[in-house]
Ligand binder design. Structure first.
Ligand code: SF4
Length: 348
């Protein structure tokens, strides 16, 4: 039995994941199933399974979407060619890309149009990296955080931009940034790096817990980049860390001789999976929070979805004998519900 659990705050769902889960839930409310989604809406096995059970079909190629069906594009951002292909094929395309990924796409566009060579730090096969590189493949060289700058040779060393996947480890970004600024003193980077607020906040809590904890558990899926980064952040500080999808993945030997367990969750992991771990470990002296900041970020639903539901609402209202005097677009109340509410709705 462990003595104590230190629970990270913030942890779990970020604003981009909240928005994407609610957007896909709207798709299920509006359209007949199956509803198609290009790539996993977010990288979490439990969430993906819940949507599959509710009638969502996830595809890795737009050609798998039947012509004329509605389709949603995932939170990780899609290649411009994929967006175009979807628009040509589907009746309705709703892009649930996180605005912070879109920001990086804009940077790629702008810097490549300004003649810069872009060094992009990312994980080769991750959906976000694939979509970002596709914005200007001729101008981008992708490197892994481990490989760093390597033999990157730009046309003009005074015009190099360093961009990154939003979910890298802060220490990894910092190491490649240092190397690149040494090689290219006029290096351009985004003002506060491309790592998103959710990535840096969750990693900052793990850094604050690492010294006190004997071991850190990170709830999240194998293909979730920010989850894996949390594990690496803890390990980089010399603390043993394990990623688990859910409580059943905990191997009893991990707990041998462990008194204080740190607990956090990647940005796409539902909170109930964290609570299950606390309940199962039942720490002798209870749990406490490691709090670094409050997150207030909110991302509105995709514009196409808001327009679509507004039009639909007007059609419904036009059919009423007595028009509703206080009519609102259905999505006007989006702030008052959460992705957790949305998931309980589809899991009924
Ligand atoms: S982890 Fe960051 S970039 Fe990814 S969806 Fe969340 S806020 Fe957006």
């Amino acid at each position: 039995m462990v003595d104590r659990i230190i629970v990270a705050e913030p942890r779990g769902f970020c604003a981009g994941v909240e928005m994407a889960i609610k957007a896909l839930t709207w798709m299920l409310r509006i359209f007949a199933v199956p509803v198609y989604c290009y790539h996993e809406i977010v990288h979490n096995a439990w969430v993906v399974r819940a949507f599959e059970k509710a009638g969502v079909v996830f595809v890795n190629d737009i050609s798998e979407v039947p012509t004329g069906s509605p389709v949603m594009l995932s939170a990780h951002g899609s290649a411009p060619q994929v967006v175009e292909e979807a628009q040509n094929r589907a009746a309705v395309v709703i892009d649930a890309v996180c605005p912070l990924v879109t920001k990086v796409h804009h940077e790629v566009k702008r810097m490549s149009q300004n003649g810069y060579d872009i060094l992009y730090i990312g994980h080769k096969r991750h959906d976000e990296a694939v979509g970002t590189v596709a914005v200007a493949p001729e101008a981008i060289t992708m490197v892994s955080p481990e490989a760093g700058v390597g033999d990157f040779a730009p046309k003009d060393p005074s015009r190099v931009a360093l961009l990154a996947q939003t979910t890298l480890g802060m220490h990894e970004w910092g190491a490649v940034h240092d190397q690149a600024s040494e090689r290219f003193p006029e290096l351009w980077t985004a003002r506060r790096s491309d790592l998103c607020y959710a990535t840096t906040n969750r990693q900052t809590v793990v850094q604050s817990m690492a010294e006190t904890c004997d071991m850190i558990l990170v709830v999240g899926s194998d293909n979730s980049s920010n989850t894996q980064a949390l594990v690496r952040v803890a390990e980089d500080l010399g603390t043993t860390a394990h990623r688990i999808d859910r409580v059943d993945d905990i191997i009893p030997e991990w707990l041998e001789g462990v008194s204080v367990v740190g607990l956090t969750a990647g940005a796409s992991a539902p909170e109930h999976l964290v609570q299950e771990v606390i309940d199962a470990l039942a720490p002798r002296h209870g749990f406490e929070m490691a709090h670094v900041t409050d997150e207030e970020e909110y991302f509105p639903l995709p514009r196409q979805l808001r327009v679509f539901t507004a039009l639909l609402g007007q059609v419904v209202e036009a059919g009423l004998t007595v028009p509703a005097s206080d009519w609102h677009a259905w999505t006007d109340f989006d702030r008052s519900w959460t992705a957790t509410d949305a998931l309980s709705l589809i899991n009924r």
